[in-house]
Write a protein that binds this ligand. Structure first.
Ligand code: NAD
Length: 354
């Protein structure tokens, strides 16, 4: 791929909460050479409202119309999870670079289809895992890559909330979301932990997934009422993962449960030389039989994580770089979540062949 200084023409597919809240503000609007040419949303009203607010010249109901714009270089896909695969495949077939919100897909079969399509098109396919781009994640990743942990033998991953259940059907109806908190927030913490660990190959997983509170009235939702009839995903899941290099991981994800913290989105990696906790940056080690604790400071001067993520995508296109979040890494993440769910259904450990 070669370097280009031409303006980047962008199309947005899906015009809901994350586009408005994070991808445009500052997001794409901060990228100097980017121009948003069109937006598509299955609700034309929603597409037109975004177009009006952000002065986007074209709004469509059908994303295929947007993809007919030859001048569009890249699309940013922010539809509900189950619409990611058709939108990504259509965009790659139309010769566009693609950034797609997490989870890229909800099955490994679909991730593999996307990988093949990206390979065939020669275009960039990036999963929008914005947590990798935050100031603290960047600082911790540098510290880990400098060898401060030694060999990581275990990681603890939490994506657990007290009562933050997203009420939109796109999150709680399985046909649209493909899963509950695992696919919504577990995927963030898991992707980041894998990124920090250097993406060891997962080999086996065991897990459980349950609906403990979402069908009842015990825990009030801080984001309002959800449709309890339509709710068809888990509200809690936990898993245990083995990696090829001997490391292990324990993972918990939930939207509703009795706990003091409104949200505990964190991970801790244990290595032979030290441990580190994300996102606090706290680390612990021992030198010459003396315990030592400290705190890693966030990298200064970075933009918000979503904006850094968008800059990384834009830079990869204009400078001819490879995908900042490659689909091969996403395959492992989705493989773990898929295996966890399969293990829960079948009541046994699942061997992964990723
Ligand atoms: N990275 C993050 O922090 C983060 C946060 C929230 C959501 N997300 C992800 O972003 C995606 C969207 O979430 P959201 O919160 O914006 O949801 P949302 O429900 O607010 O918006 C989704 C939009 O997609 C539109 N849509 C549905 N089907 C479509 C289709 N076939 N073609 C075009 N548009 C279609 C809907 O009409 C809606 O406007 C999800 O995959 C979610 O997991 C990521």
């Amino acid at each position: 791929m070669s370097k280009t200084n031409a303006p980047l023409k962008i199309g947005l597919i899906g015009a809901g909460g994350i586009v408005r809240g994070a991808h445009l503000n500052p997001g794409w609007t901060a990228v100097p050479n980017a121009e948003i040419v069109a937006v598509a949303d299955i609700s034309l009203k929603t597409a037109e409202a975004l177009a009006k607010d952000f002065k986007i010249p074209n709004a469509y109901e059908d994303f295929n119309k947007l993809l007919e714009h030859d001048e569009i270089d890249a699309v940013d896909i922010c539809t509900p999870n189950r619409v990611h695969t058709p939108a990504v495949l259509a965009a790659l077939a139309a010769g566009k670079h693609v950034m797609c919100e997490k989870p890229l897909a909800v099955t490994t079969e679909e991730v593999k289809q996307m990988a093949a399509a990206a390979e065939k098109s020669g275009k960039i396919l990036m999963t929008a895992q914005h947590q990798r781009f935050s100031a603290i994640s960047t600082a911790i990743k540098r510290w880990v890559d400098a060898g401060n942990l030694g060999d990581v033998y275990h990681t603890r991953v939490h994506a657990v909330r007290r009562n933050l259940l997203p009420i939109s059907v796109g999150f709680i109806v399985k046909e649209l979301s493909g899963g509950g908190p695992c696919m919504d927030i577990g995927v963030h913490a898991l992707d980041l932990a894998m990124h920090m660990m250097g993406h060891p190959r997962p080999t086996r997983v065991t897990g459980t997934s349950k609906v403990n509170f979402a069908k009842g009235d015990v825990i009030p939702g801080a984001w309002g009422e959800w449709d309890r009839e339509k709710f068809s995903v888990e509200d809690f899941a936990a898993g245990f993962v083995h990696f090829e290099n001997g490391a292990t991981m324990v993972l918990e994800a939930s939207w509703l449960q009795h706990q003091k913290e409104v949200e505990d989105m964190s991970s801790r990696m244990y290595g032979t030389k030290g441990s580190v906790t994300w996102p606090s940056g706290e680390f612990s080690t021992a030198i010459n039989r003396v315990n030592l604790d400290g705190v890693i400071q966030p990298v200064q001067g970075l933009r918000p994580a979503h904006t850094e993520e968008i800059f990384a995508f834009a830079r990869a296109i204009t400078e001819g770089l490879s995908s900042p979040v490659p689909v091969s890494q996403t395959l492992s993440v989705i493989g773990i979540l898929e295996g966890l769910m399969q293990s829960s259904v079948e009541g046994r450990e699942v061997t992964l062949s990723l």
